[in-house]
Design a protein around this ligand. Structure first.
Ligand code: 5GP
Length: 190
């Protein structure tokens, strides 16, 4: 099994825990190659350039985009830009590695246009209430902000039907292992 069948694209609603599942895979499964995105957002404490992200300024992001070096890119939450460097993904697939992208829904749609043979995995919350809890937390936002976030969550959850597989994030390790099993022994798309 070669080519882009080994490519898994993990996406899902905001706050469902995609980053946490990706971190689990990164630390426990070195056989899986995880794409490192470029972003214009500043690093958070503990984030390492070249490991979690390539932290670039607007001019550098413009250049990557202009030169066609990004497989996809999107503005996330109306704030920073994020994009997947194309070359390293191609190299990883050519080397036969299980390869994974953890990106937002817009990005997943763009990759589906470019690489329809990839396996698209939707990470879902165990319940709607669980997602609401993660999104609005202790309710420090005002009513308008709360409504805006819930509306976003409803729209994002509806994207599930666009995906090949759904993994429920009921437990990070369990969800991570299910994800890896799809890459190491890729299922036939139906
Ligand atoms: P964070 O800033 O919390 O690390 O990530 C915010 C969001 O950006 C997450 O939903 C993550 O999936 C998304 N993201 C990270 N890298 C990329 C990328 O290369 N492309 C796209 N489209 N989204 C990304």
């Amino acid at each position: 099994m070669g080519g882009t069948r080994r490519l898994v694209v993990l996406a899902g609603p905001t706050a469902v825990g995609k980053g946490t599942v990706a971190s689990y895979v990164r630390s426990r499964h070195p056989e899986v190659w995880l794409s490192v995105s470029a972003t214009t957002r500043p690093p958070r404490p503990g984030e390492v350039h070249g490991q979690h992200y390539y932290f670039v300024d607007d001019a550098e992001f413009d250049r990557l985009e202009r030169e066609g070096q990004l497989l996809e890119w999107a503005t996330v939450h109306g704030r920073a830009r994020y994009g997947t460097p194309r070359g390293p993904v191609d190299e990883s697939l050519a080397a036969g590695n299980p390869t994974m992208l953890e990106i937002d829904l817009q990005g997943a749609r763009a990759v589906r246009e470019a690489m329809p043979e990839a396996l698209f995995v939707f990470l879902a919350p165990p319940t709607w209430e669980d997602l609401v809890q993660r999104l609005v937390g202790r309710g420090t936002e005002d009513e308008a902000e709360r409504e805006r976030r819930l509306e976003t969550a409803r729209t994002e959850l509806a994207a599930r039907s666009e995906f090949d597989r759904t993994i429920v994030n009921d437990d990070v390790a369990r969800a991570g292992e299910e994800l890896v099993s799809l890459m190491v022994d890729p299922p036939t798309k139906d």
